[in-house]
Design a protein around this ligand. Sequence first.
Ligand code: NDP
Length: 333
Amino acid sequence: MTDTFRALVLDQDDAGKVSASLQTLGNDRLPDADTTVAVKYSSLNYKDGMILNGLGKLVRDYPHIPGVDFVGVVESCVSGAFQPGDDVICTGWRVGEVWWGGFATRARVKSEWLVPLPKGLDSVQAMGLGTAGLTAMLALMALEDHGLTPESEGEVLVTGASGGVGSVAVALLSNLGYRVAAGTGRDSSHDYLTGLGAASLVSRAELEETPRGPLSKARWSGAIDNVGGKILGNLLSSLQPGASCAAVGNAGGFTFEASVLPFLLRGVNLLGIDSVACPTARRVTAWNRLAAELPMDKLGAVAEVHPLSEAPALGKRILEGAVRGRTVIDVNA
Ligand code: NDP
């Protein structure tokens, strides 16, 4: 193991402005935990965009290394939970927020935060999925737990469909035989989303339209919502009786404006998805299912690989909603 590693380090000035620079640090700077991993790839998520831009007060202490997920090879594991040479994935547990993350060639984390890289996935594919892929699978599993099957009548709506979670959700659902309606604000994404398997497209404007009353036509057999805000309230009133919406994200706003009537008169369910503290057993199941059930040929269209130096610029673009699909960060490039 080398004595140093390279990282994208965030610092904050006295005025609270956050800036990023590539630095070489000694291993003695790594946080205290049992497992050291040689990182191969990380990925850029919406939360990384917020952290790179100092938004949301997600980071408490600077200097900080962002990167909420990574894939790599175990270099040492004091607890013996992993062996040197094991391929592992880390997502969640607030790594990259309150703990130094994956935008570095080396990371040190608790072994219980790691899952083995599932058979059938290589490192680039693993981060092509990353936190977004895991979250899409957790959302699908929650909908299935509440009765959704490919035989359910009607389409499953995915909002923010061109984003990371949305793209994986569209590809995954359609590959499993669900009819998917992709909700998007981008006309330019139409071919991309139908290529991933969307059966129909719904414009963001239509999803945002104020409905005439608290209940709209019962349309969706289920939904995966990445945007929150008005769209989430609206789509609840368009769910079929007994159907569920997995609430994943808030790219469109934090507020929640909804009527209770869809819950009272149609028995709909609103299921919160938390990939950060998801139990390890469910996490392992989700990763194994991703490896087995996601069409990897479609992932090629979803993921782009960029060097670590480009992460700050990409972090600005993801906040503008301008990044499509998944962005893999090659930390050694
Ligand atoms: P991305 O930025 O990749 O995708 C978000 C998508 O939402 C965009 O591509 C865009 O899709 C749409 N969008 C962007 N801005 C707006 C807006 N103002 N109004 C409506 N739609 C908008 O993010 P991710 O896919 O990585 O994450 C999606 C959300 O899920 C984020 O809020 C993220 O923080 C959250 N998340 C939650 C997790 C959990 O555990 N609950 C885990 C991972 C992410 P289009 O152009 O097609 O409309």
